[in-house]
Design a protein around this ligand. Structure first.
Ligand code: HEM
Length: 405
C-alpha cells in the first residue's frame, strides 16, 4: 500500500477495474444510485455509498463514522514503514486530536492568507509557462509541463524548502505519488520516503534552532491548545501530509478543468472573461472531482437507507457520484460552465473539509487564466489513460495545442 493510498482503497470495485471504466465511471455511479445506493461489496469487504445525501452524511457525521483506519474490524496495518506517520495526521484522526492538529496550520491556509499569495503564484506560473513554451513547439503535455510541477513548486515554497533543494524535493514527491506497480518501484519508493523524512527532520530541527518566516517553522515550533509541543513524529507526518494531500489532487483539478473546458468548447469563451474562470473551475470540481472517494469506519451499528452497517465496517463514500446525483443538481450529468454549483463534495464536507481548498482554488485559477492566454488553445487528439490510483481521478497526460502566446 503506497502512502498515496493509505486508505487501502486500491481494491477497486469490479465494475471500475478496467482503465476505460475508471476514465468514465459516471454511468456506473448512476446505476448504483438508482439500484443499489448503499451496498455491501463482499469481494472488497466494504460498503459503497452513492447518493449525495448519504455521502454527505457518511463523511461529516463524526459521531457515527470515524476517519481512523485503525478502527476497522479488519485493519491489519499498512505495509512498509511510516504507518504511524501518516495515520497520526489530521486526515486520519477524529476530534479532539484532529482539531488540535488542524489548528497548527489553519491560519496558514486561510482564505485571507492564501489570497496574499496570488502575485507570487502568478509569477511562478508565468515562469513555468515561459519555460514550457520555450521547450515545446505548438503542442505540449499539460500534465508534465504545468499541472504537475506547479503545485509541487508552490507547496515547496510555502513550506520554506530552500530553492537549491527544489529539484531533489520534486523527485521525492514524484515517488510518493507513483503507483508501486512492482517490487523494485515499491522499494525505491520506500527509500525515497525515508530520505525525504530525514530531510524534513533536519529542516524542522534547523527551524527550531533558527526560526524563519515559513510553514516549516510554524510546524516545528507548534504548541498545541493543551500547551504541549507537537511531537516530532507528528510534525514530520504533517509535512508529508501537506505534500501528499495537495499535489496530485491539484494537478488533476487543473488538468480535469482543461479537459472539461476543451470538451465543452468553451476555452476561447473563457479566455476573455477572467471572472468566469473561478465558477468554471467549481463546476469542473463537481463534474470531474479529483478525489472520487473517501473512506470511513462505522463507530457503532448505523442505519443508512435500508442497510445496517455494523460497527467496524468500512464505508466508501463516492464523492464523484454524489456530485452527479440528479437528486442534488439539475441535469447533473451536464457540464454547465456557468452553473457555479454550491453543495458539491469535491473538497469533502464537515470536520475534514479540505484544508487546502482556498490554495487549490487559487492555484487552479492562476494556472487556468495563464493557460487561457495562449492563442488557439485546444485539446489535441489523444488516447487518455486514467491516473493510477483508486480514489484520485484524472489523466496521466493531456496533450494540448496552441498557436502562441
Ligand atoms: C483540487 C485539489 C484538492 C482536492 C480535490 C482536495 C480534496 C480533499 C478532500 C475531499 C478532503 C476531505 C478528506 C476526508 O473527508 O476524509 C481533503 C482534506 C484535506 N486536504 Fe485537500 N484537496 C485538494 C488540495 C489540497 C491542498 C492544496 C492541500 C494542502 C496543501 C490539501 C490538504 C488537505 C488536508 C491537510 C486535508 C485533511 C483535512 C482534515 O482532515 O481536517 N488539499 N482534501
Amino acid at each position: 500500500m503506497s502512502s498515496a493510498d493509505p486508505q487501502g482503497l486500491q481494491a477497486f470495485p469490479e465494475a471500475l477495474s478496467e482503465p476505460d471504466a475508471w476514465l468514465e465511471p459516471f454511468d456506473w455511479y448512476r446505476e448504483m444510485r438508482d439500484d443499489s445506493p448503499v451496498r455491501y461489496d463482499a469481494s472488497r469487504g466494504s460498503w459503497d455509498v452513492f447518493r449525495h445525501a448519504d455521502v454527505k452524511r457518511v463523511i461529516s457525521d463524526d459521531e457515527a463514522f470515524s476517519v481512523n483506519p485503525r478502527t476497522a474490524s479488519d485493519f491489519e496495518g499498512l505495509s512498509g514503514e511510516g504507518e504511524g506517520l501518516i495515520l497520526d495526521t489530521m486526515l486520519f484522526q477524529d476530534p479532539p486530536r484532529h482539531d488540535d492538529l488542524r489548528a497548527v496550520v489553519d491560519d496558514a491556509f486561510s482564505p485571507r492568507t492564501v489570497a496574499e499569495m496570488e502575485p507570487r503564484l502568478r509569477d511562478l506560473m508565468s515562469e513555468l509557462l515561459d519555460d514550457a513554451l520555450a521547450a515545446n513547439d505548438g503542442e505540449m503535455d499539460l500534465v508534465e509541463e504545468i499541472s504537475y510541477p506547479f503545485p509541487v513548486i508552490v507547496i515547496a515554497e510555502l513550506l520554506g524548502v530552500p530553492a537549491e533543494d527544489r529539484a531533489q524535493f520534486k523527485e521525492w514527491s514524484d515517488s510518493l505519488v507513483a503507483a508501486a506497480s512492482d517490487e523494485e518501484i515499491a522499494e525505491r519508493q520506500q527509500q525515497s520516503q525515508q530520505e525525504m523524512a530525514m530531510y524534513f527532520l533536519d529542516q524542522l530541527q534547523q527551524r527550531r534552532e533558527e526560526p524563519r518566516d515559513d510553514l516549516l517553522t510554524t510546524i516545528a515550533t507548534a504548541e498545541l491548545d493543551d500547551g504541549s509541543k507537537l511531537p516530532q513524529e507528528e510534525a514530520l507526518g504533517m509535512c508529508m501530509l501537506l505534500l501528499i494531500a495537495g499535489n496530485i489532487t491539484t494537478t488533476n483539478l487543473i488538468t480535469n478543468a482543461v479537459r472539461c473546458f476543451g470538451n465543452q468548447g468553451v476555452l476561447s469563451e473563457l479566455a476573455g472573461d477572467e471572472n468566469a474562470v473561478g465558477p468554471a473551475i467549481e463546476e469542473a470540481l463537481r463534474y470531474r472531482a479529483p478525489v472520487q472517494a473517501m473512506t470511513r469506519i462505522a463507530r457503532s451499528d448505523v442505519t443508512l437507507g435500508d442497510a445496517t452497517i455494523e460497527e467496524g465496517d468500512r464505508v466508501v463514500a463516492w464523492l464523484g457520484s454524489a456530485n452527479r446525483d440528479e437528486r442534488a443538481f439539475d441535469n447533473a450529468d451536464e457540464f454547465v460552465v456557468d452553473r457555479a454549483p454550491t453543495g458539491h463534495l469535491g473538497f469533502g464536507h464537515g470536520t475534514h473539509y479540505c484544508l487546502g481548498a482556498p490554495l487549490a482554488r487559487l492555484e487552479a485559477r492562476v494556472a487556468l487564466s495563464e493557460l487561457l492566454s495562449l492563442d488557439g488553445l485546444t485539446l489535441a487528439d489523444a488516447d487518455l489513460s486514467p491516473t493510477r490510483s483508486s480514489f484520485i481521478y484524472g489523466v496521466e497526460s493531456l496533450p494540448i495545442r496552441y498557436d502562441g502566446r
